[in-house]
Design a protein around this ligand. Structure first.
Ligand SMILES: Nc1ncnc2c1ncn2[C@@H]1O[C@H](COP(=O)(O)OP(=O)(O)OP(=O)(O)O)[C@@H](O)[C@H]1O
Length: 962
């Protein structure tokens, strides 16, 4: 029992198996595994029991996997329980793996398993040796678990009913009793004990074997289960681990995925960024390319531009060069223009006017009434009380501001001064109200320095310099006179004897010397000049002390006379220069003075207004210029008309309270600047001319002497009976005068202010002067005395002809016949009174006219060229003939007169009359020339002309009487 209980199988089954496995008894399904052959299986198969033999259990073939078939045969080695167990295990595994049915052949354990499976009511079929039936579909009968299987086996072993019922149910398997009977039925009784014994022993053996096998199986199962469990555990564990790992990894994966996604996104972003960058790079590349192209273009453009620029630069440099040369040319042209302008001025004889503004006393930067200063203009700021408020502009040749230095002022007038050495007469006078700086400009301030010396000193220094430079070609003699005009009286400032000598009337110019009686001092150096200036200032100061500082109320005149001799040609030239410092131009009413001061002011006014009148007459080209209205104009006569170059320095004060005076000063100066004096003439004559002139002078002197002798016989009583007539001064040099100085002078025609009485006196003078001239001819040195004689003769002639002073006027070749005739008439009227020889009656005599005609013809022939020039140019020889004592007309006169007259006596004297009858190209003489031309029209009109002349003369005398 115990064994049974212990055994996992039933004894009966063992018996049954032993019985069944008897080789003698065939069985359809009992396939002893030990001897089961494949042929047996095939037989089963052929019987339809097996659909397919899957494998051979026993270690050779084993179904590794479930097949598609419904039935299966699991055949084990069947030689041991272990093999059965293994087969069963295979079957279980088969089910486990999803197999649908199994047929286990000759497998005890499998049978037991079937039994257990049956007990559970599982569906399916289990055939052991029976006809196989198809199993219904369903779950496998065995559990997966090995432990449960083992338990099942244990239970099945003790469960006999299950087995039986199964057998019964099948009906095909005989029970043990039947088996035993069947086994014993064919045995003999005597064999039974042995058979039983052997059967028993077989059963025991079988039992023992099975127990053994069962034990082994148990162990094997235990091990197997253990391993299985372990394996399952490991597998589960592995699965778990794998799952866990998978789960864990899932996070990681998610993380990684996220990261990857992020990375992907980053990558994507990076890709996008890189794409963008790529695009940017591409774009920039494109731009760079474009820039490169542009740079290339620019470079080529630049090169082109550079090339063009260089070309232009070259062109420009050429242009600039040409411009520079043009500019320098322009400068030259400007300079040339300036020179031409000056020449034009010279030709026109315009009085040049320079304006100088004195500094505002005590206020350095105060311009006062001066608005603006330019080179040639000045504007004054005019307040309303002086009329129209605003700026008034005055134009002059030059304007010097308060800062202008003495040197600058002198530089501009230097050429003018130098022309003195070329034989011109020059007059520079300073005009302006008291205190405006006239003396400062002309002489300089009281404390003289090298810089502050005035134009007087500078002019003389310049003259010395130039004369020194020219000494190889021209030898110069320079003389100086200093005169003062105070209260219309001339005084010699260079008198050394303190005589304070006055010259109430001026007798006329002698060789440009208006006051021959005054000291004429030779100078050869600047120190000489300074000494003389000092002397002049001293004399002036003496007078000033005596006469209550009259320096500003007198005109002072420094006259420089220059005589030059060309050492090569022998020609002579003569120039003079008046440097005049006028008295203040302020009005009398303003100064509110009385007594002597009033008288002084009146004289100043008179002289300045006479100056104004002269200038006005010159400006209006009037035929009559009233030079003799004042000593001042008389003194400046040579320099204010005809041949001189004249410069006026107008001075103004910038102080507002001087505005009225400044305005009138500037207006006057502006008027002066419009005056045309006619072209300046150089006082130059060749040695031949000089010689001839001397001869003329000699002849004239002889004629005059002869004439004088004749007249003396006639007029002796009347001359002697005229004690009032002043004795004519001889033209001998003063003690200080140079021995070389030509004291001969040109007699100026008298102006219309002279009275008829003076004409009579002139006749007296004529006689006396003729005597004097004879003296001079006898006693004076060859050249200057000759000139002297000539000039005196000429002067005498003029006086004889005119009998009165005829003011010098501008030469105007367009003067109308009427004016010519009027002048002729005037002359005739005057000459009628002055001398019977000059009367129209005399002129009308046929023989005299014939004489005149022959003279004129000769003169005309000889001087035709000159005369022609005279008709086209104001600065022609006839003017020289008319106005200059170096005139060549004298020469012709000398040359032709003897031929014409045959005797150089009174007829010659009379023959001079036609000279005075020249038409008024210059009223003095030029006017006479046409009258001598045998023009029918002119001749026809002689009577008429004379009538007109008589009428005008009547008028004039009336005027003179006034
Ligand atoms: N350009 C100048 N620069 C400096 N000082 C000057 C200038 N002009 C004139 N003066 C000064 O002004 C003062 C008056 O000048 P100045 O005596 O020359 O005037 P004036 O017109 O000659 O007067 P008057 O008619 O009374 O002789 C002097 O002291 C002189 O030095």
């Amino acid at each position: 029992m115990g064994t049974e209980q212990m055994l996992p199988f039933s004894f009966l089954s063992v018996v049954e198996d032993v019985l069944q496995h008897q080789p003698t008894r065939p069985t359809d399904i009992n396939l002893p595994s030990r001897n089961l052959e494949p042929a047996c299986l095939r037989r089963y198969e052929a019987a339809g029991w097996l659909r397919k033999t899957i494998g051979i259990i026993g270690g050779k073939e084993f179904p590794a996997e479930p097949c598609e078939e419904e039935f299966r045969v699991v055949e084990g080695p069947c030689d041991s329980d272990a093999a059965d167990g293994a087969a069963a295990l295979s079957a279980f595994q088969y089910f486990e793996n999803g197999g649908k049915s199994v047929r286990i052949v000759n497998c005890v354990l499998a049978l037991k398993a079937y039994s257990e499976w049956k007990d559970r009511g599982k569906q399916g079929s289990w055939k052991h040796g029976g006809n196989p039936k198809p199993l219904a579909s369903g779950r496998p009968f065995l559990r997966k678990n090995s432990d449960s299987f083992i338990n099942t086996l244990s239970r099945n072993t003790s469960d006999k009913d299950g087995w039986t019922s199964d057998r019964n149910e099948g009906g095909s398997v005989p029970n043990l009793n039947a088996l035993v009977r069947e086994f014993l039925s064919d045995k003999k009784p005597d064999e039974i004990p042995t058979v039983l014994e052997s059967l028993l022993s077989k059963v025991v053996e079988e039992c023992e074997r099975r127990v053994l096998i069962q034990h082994e199986m148990v162990y094997i199962y235990i091990y197997a289960c253990f391993f299985f469990i372990m394996f399952s555990f490991i597998i589960n564990l592995t699965e778990f681990s794998v799952k866990k790992f998978m789960e864990e990894n899932e996070d990681d994966n998610q993380h990684i995925q996220l990261k990857q996604e992020e990375c992907y996104k980053d990558e994507k972003r990076r890709m996008e960024v890189s794409k963008k960058q790529q695009k940017l790079v591409e774009r920039q590349h494109g731009e760079i390319q474009a820039l490169k192209i542009m740079a290339h273009h620019t470079r080529s453009g630049m090169q082109l531009f550079q090339k063009k620029y260089q070309e232009e630069l070259i062109y420009l440099s050429k242009h600039v060069h040409s411009l520079a040369s043009a500019a320098s040319g322009y400068q030259r042209v400007l300079e040339e223009n300036r020179k031409l302008y000056n020449q034009l001025q010279d030709l026109k004889g315009n009085i040049r006017v320079y304006c100088r503004v004195r500094p505002f006393f005590g206020q350095v930067n105060n311009a006062g009434i001066v608005g603006s200063l330019e080179e040639g203009s000045i504007s004054l700021i005019i307040p309303s009380k002086y009329g129209k408020e605003g700026k008034k502009i005055f134009n002059f040749n030059r304007v010097f501001g308060p800062t202008a230095t003495q040197a600058e002022v002198f530089a501009d007038m230097q050429p003018l001064i130098r022309s003195v050495l070329d034989g011109y007469n020059v007059c520079i006078f300073a005009y302006g109200q008291t205190g405006s700086g006239k003396t400062h400009t002309m002489s300089g301030p009281n404390d003289l320095t090298e810089e502050s010396v005035g134009v007087n000193y500078r002019a003389l220094r310049d003259l010395f310099l130039l004369s020194e430079q020219r000494k190889d070609t021209i030898s110069y003699d320079i003389f100086v006179q200093m005169l003062e005009i105070y209260n219309d009286q001339v005084r010699d400032l260079l008198a050394t004897d303190g005589s304070n000598k006055k010259y109430p009337s001026l007798t006329g110019s002698q060789n440009g010397i208006n006051v021959p009686e005054a000291n004429l001092v030779p100078v050869s150096s600047t120190s000489d000049v300074l000494n003389l200036m000092n002397l002049g200032q001293k004399n002036r100061a003496v007078s000033a002390t005596a006469m209550n500082d009259r320096s500003s109320r007198s005109h002072s005149c420094l006259t420089v006379h220059v005589q030059g001799k060309d050492l090569t040609s022998g020609s002579h030239l003569r120039g003079s220069m008046h440097l005049v410092d006028l008295a203040g131009s302020e009005r009398v009413d303003k100064s509110e003075v009385t007594g002597d001061r009033l008288k002084e002011a009146q004289h100043i006014n008179k002289s300045l207004s006479a100056l104004g009148d002269v200038i006005s007459s010159l400006a209006h080209k009037q035929t009559h210029v009233p030079y003799r209205n004042s000593r001042l104009t008389q003194l400046l006569q040579d320099s204010l008309g005809g041949q001189a170059k004249t410069l006026m320095f107008v001075h103004i004060s910038p102080e507002p309270d001087a505005l009225g005076e400044t305005l009138s000063t500037l207006k006057f100066a502006e008027r002066v600047s419009t005056v045309e004096l006619g072209a300046a003439r150089v006082n130059k004559e060749s040695s031949d001319v000089k010689e001839l002139k001397e001869q003329i002078a000699n002849l004239k002197a002889a004629l005059a002497r002869k004439e004088g002798d004749d007249e003396a016989l006639v007029l002796q009583p009347s001359v002697n009976s005229s004690p009032d007539v002043p004795k004519l001064k001889s033209y001998k040099s003063s003690p200080t005068r140079s021995s070389t100085w030509a004291s001969g002078g040109r007699a100026q025609p008298k102006d219309d202010s002279s009275s008829v009485e003076s004409q009579k006196k002139g006749q007296m003078k004529l006689k006396r002067r003729s005597l004097d001239l004879q003296d001079m001819i006898t006693h004076t040195p060859p050249w200057p005395p000759a000139g002297n004689r000539r000039v005196n003769r000429k002067e005498e002639d003029k006086e004889l002809v005119c009998g009165d002073w005829i003011d010098k006027v501008i030469v105007n070749r367009n003067d109308s016949l009427t004016s010519d005739d009027s002048l002729v008439g005037q002359w005739e009227a005057e000459s009628k009174q002055s001398s019977p020889m000059m009367s129209p009656n005399y002129l009308s005599e046929p023989s005299k006219i014939c004489l005149e005609h022959s003279f004129k013809v000769t003169l005309h022939k000889k001087d035709s060229q000159d005369y022609d020039m005279a008709t086209t140019d104001d600065s022609d020889d006839p003017l020289e003939v008319a106005t200059s004592d170096s005139s060549e007309s004298d020469l012709h006169w000398q040359l032709h007169m003897p031929k014409a007259t045959g005797i150089p006596t009174i007829s010659g004297s009379k023959a001079k009359k036609p000279t005075n009858l020249k038409p008024a190209r210059t009223p003095e003489t030029r006017s006479m020339i046409p009258s001598l031309i045998p023009s029918p029209s002119r001749k026809q009109s002689v009577g008429q002309t004379r009538k007109q002349a008589g009428a005008i003369d009547g008028k004039r005398r009336t005027g003179n009487a006034k």
